[in-house]
Design a binder for this molecule. Structure first.
Ligand SMILES: [Zn+2]
Length: 281
C-alpha cells in the first residue's frame, strides 16, 4: 500500500456516492484497474453501503412519489371544485332572488305602461267627443267639458279656416308645435266656470305636453290639461319615450343565471375528473 492507495481510499466513499468529479472518477478507476488491494477495498465498501434492503426501500419510495404528488394535486383540485360549487349555488340563489324582485318591479312597470294607453285612449275620447258635439254649439261643448273636468282646464274650438296659418309652420310648410293657438281666435272657449266670454283674459298654458290640438276640415279643437293632471301626463310621457326596456329589468338575474350555468358545467366536469383521479390513486 503506497501513498496513492491512501488518497484513493479517502476518495472511495465519495466515489461510491457518485459525488466525485469526472477527473477524480478517472483517477480512481485507473488505479483500481491496476491495484488489486484497492479493488477489494472498494468492493467491501460498496457491499457495506449498498445494502440490498435499503435499495429495495428506496425503490419503493421512488415508485410511490408520483402518486404522492398526484394525491396532493387531487386534494387541491377537490377544494377548488368545492369552491366552484359554492359560487355556483350562490349565483343561483342570487339569480332567484333578483328574478323575484325584477318580476315585482316589472309588474309595477307594466301597470304604469298600461296607464299610458289609458291616457292615450282618454285623449282620443276627449277629441272625438268634442268633434261630435261641436255642431251642437256651446251646450254640447260644456257637456264634454263636464265629462272630463277632472282632466281639463280649458276646451276651445276654432274655425279651421281662421287658424290654418297657426297650424302650419309657413316657413317649412309643416305642422307646427307652437301651442297653444291664440284663444282670441276661438269661436268658443269653455273653462271650469262654463263659457269664457272675455277671451283676452285667458292665460294659456305654456306647457307643451299639456296642450292637445286636433283639426278636421271644419274645426280645430284645442284643450289644455289641468295643472294637477299635467304631472301625470309628464310621467307617462317620460315612461313612454324614455322608459326602461323590458329586458333591462332582467339583466341581473340573467347574468347570475348564466354564471350559475357556466360554473355548474365546470363543476360537473371537474367533479367527474376528481372521481376518475380517485380511482387511479
Ligand atoms: Zn492501491
Amino acid at each position: 500500500m503506497n501513498k496513492k492507495c491512501d488518497i484513493i481510499r479517502d476518495l472511495l466513499p465519495s466515489y461510491i456516492e457518485k459525488v466525485t468529479s469526472d477527473e477524480s472518477n478517472k483517477f480512481v478507476e485507473e488505479h483500481i484497474a491496476q491495484c488489486e488491494s484497492c479493488e477489494i477495498y472498494l468492493n467491501d465498501m460498496k457491499a457495506e453501503i449498498e445494502l440490498p434492503e435499503d435499495v429495495h426501500i428506496e425503490e419503493r419510495l421512488n415508485e410511490k412519489k408520483p402518486f404522492k404528488n398526484l394525491s396532493i394535486f387531487s386534494q387541491g383540485q377537490k377544494k377548488f371544485t368545492k369552491l366552484i360549487l359554492y359560487i355556483a349555488v350562490g349565483s343561483l340563489l342570487l339569480a332567484i332572488y333578483l328574478l323575484s324582485t325584477s318580476i315585482l318591479k316589472f309588474n309595477e312597470f307594466k301597470e304604469d305602461k298600461r296607464y299610458i294607453d289609458v291616457i292615450e285612449l282618454e285623449k282620443e275620447a276627449i277629441i272625438s267627443d268634442a268633434f261630435n258635439h261641436v255642431d251642437s254649439g256651446e251646450a254640447g261643448l260644456i257637456k264634454v267639458f263636464e265629462k272630463y273636468k277632472k282632466q281639463l282646464n280649458m276646451l276651445a274650438i276654432f274655425p279651421t279656416a281662421e287658424v290654418e296659418d297657426e297650424l302650419i309652420d309657413t316657413e317649412r310648410n309643416m305642422p307646427t308645435t307652437m301651442y297653444p293657438i291664440d284663444y282670441n281666435k276661438a269661436t268658443t272657449v269653455i273653462g271650469a266656470n262654463g263659457v269664457i266670454k272675455d277671451k283676452s283674459t285667458i292665460t294659456p298654458s305654456g306647457y307643451d305636453l299639456g296642450t292637445v290640438v286636433m283639426a278636421n276640415d271644419e274645426w280645430v279643437i284645442q284643450f289644455e290639461y289641468r295643472g294637477t293632471y299635467e304631472n301625470t301626463i309628464e310621467k307617462y310621457h317620460q315612461l313612454r319615450y324614455y322608459g326602461p326596456r323590458t329586458w333591462s329589468f332582467f339583466q341581473l338575474p340573467i347574468l347570475f343565471f348564466t354564471i350559475f350555468i357556466v360554473l355548474g358545467t365546470v363543476w360537473f366536469f371537474m367533479n367527474k375528473q376528481n372521481r376518475q383521479l380517485q380511482g387511479v390513486i
